[in-house]
Design a protein around this ligand. Structure first.
Ligand code: TYM
Length: 385
């Protein structure tokens, strides 16, 4: 039990190997039970992984593993929310796992697994479906975008998607979640769900002899789930389409020219960058000059992220140049960074038994952790076992 609020401290995550990856802080009581920093994130096995997934998420996963305990998940249960039947879901699952490993994630030191191997995700999601309010779900911009005009016809799973996403994280009581900018609203909802659970079950959590004293705002409470910290900052939190600098680069864009896929070869990358939309001006010499030029801003941002430089540094090198000079340099850099990952992915995909063994082992280790958390949840909620 905490010694009053004296032990309160800022909660920090160590080991950001990438500059610019700084977690915001939350106040969590420093006592024997306090939440241990744990990184969790997931990627859906729907379509080709692209440069946005790599720069916005996977590269952060790799950086974070240096000094933190990390769990990285191929979220296959999420894959059937928007499209029920897939031609080759298993192949897609394996290719995301291959991308994780080819990018440098160590599945022995950390955990790499697919979500459906751990039934506790779906169990906790059910409890969270009863915690979350329909109004919260209806406000999700991704739900509105994906459901489109015909909302009545969207699957119930698509509406409940953020509740499963909260369960993915909280079934491990993970504290930090590296994602691209488009997932921010979902993570705010995960915090709302954790907070409502903690407050509604406060007495039960105490009675079950679990949980930690924590401070939410100014309010001291005895809670079970951490309020997750999104890790969104980084070199490229939102990579835009190569065909339209106002639209996010996305797996579901019908035009393959809009994105660079991790499996693209050098010729494809060159072609896509050559055809990338630009405006008639040359490159400005400072970042201010990118304002109102979304396509130029995006290409400079991609170059900066790939080169691990600032946009200002890129412009000090290329300012005043035409895109006919900049685009080939960008293509060369993209090939230089992506080619080793692509070839390692291909090698891994040739031996699916190796990937399957990694996922199986990761699933077993994840399940052991999730089971322990769900045992407490059963006690707190009052289910009889
Ligand atoms: P998903 O599969 O759509 O995308 C995987 C990751 O890539 C990031 N991302 C981008 N980053 C920068 N620019 C882009 N254009 C871009 N496009 C995608 C996403 O932000 C994400 O980090 N709901 C999640 C999967 C998920 C999850 C979770 C994530 C399920 N459960 C729990 C974290 C924690 C999704 O659909 O990501």
């Amino acid at each position: 039990m905490a010694n009053g609020m004296q032990g309160r401290r800022k909660y920090t995550l160590s080991g950001f190997a990438c500059s610019g990856l700084r977690p915001s802080t939350s106040l969590i009581e420093d006592n024997m039970n306090s939440f241990k920093p744990l990184v969790f994130s997931g990627v859906q096995p729907t379509g080709n992984l692209h440069l946005g997934n790599y720069l916005g998420a996977i590269r952060k996963f790799v950086a974070l593993q240096q000094n933190n305990d990390c769990i990285y998940c191929v979220v296959d249960l999420h894959a059937i929310t928007a499209q029920l039947v897939h031609d080759d879901l298993r192949g897609q699952i394996r290719s995301i796992a291959a991308a994780f490993i080819a990018s440098g994630i160590d599945p022995n030191k950390h955990i790499v697994f697919n979500q459906s191997a751990v039934p506790q995700h779906a169990e906790l999601a059910w409890v969270f479906n009863c915690v979350a309010r329909i109004g919260w779900m209806n406000r999700m911009t991704q739900f509105k975008d994906k459901a489109g005009k015909d909302r009545e016809n969207a699957s119930l799973g698509l509406l409940a998607y953020p509740s499963l996403m909260a369960a993915d994280i909280l079934v491990y009581r993970a504290t930090h979640v590296p994602v691209g900018d488009d997932q921010k609203q979902h993570l705010e909802l995960a915090r709302d769900i954790a907070q409502k659970f903690n407050i509604d079950f406060q007495e039960k959590i105490r009675a079950a002899g679990t949980g930690v004293d924590m401070v939410v705002g100014e309010e001291p409470i005895h809670g079970f789930f951490p309020l997750v910290e999104p890790l969104i900052e980084g070199p490229a939190p939102r990579v835009m389409s190569l065909r339209d600098g106002t639209k996010k680069m996305s797996k579901s864009d019908p035009s393959d020219l809009s994105r660079i896929n991790l499996m693209d070869d050098a010729d494809e990358i060159l072609k896509k960058i050559r055809k990338a939309k630009t405006d008639p001006e040359g490159l400005p010499s400072d970042v201010e000059g990118l304002k109102g030029r979304p396509e130029a801003d995006n290409l400079v941002g991609i170059y900066a992220a790939l080169a691990e430089k600032s946009k200002a540094d890129v412009l000090s090198e290329f300012g005043g140049q035409q895109f006919s000079v900049f685009k080939p340099a960008l293509a060369d850099l993209a090939v230089h960074v992506l080619a080793p990952i692509t070839s390692e992915m291909r090698r891994l995909m040739d031996d699916t038994s190796h990937i399957d063994a990694i996922l199986k082992d990761g699933g077993e280790r994840a399940r052991a952790r999730a089971e322990a958390v769900m045992n407490d949840v059963f006690d707190i909620v009052g289910f009889l076992r």
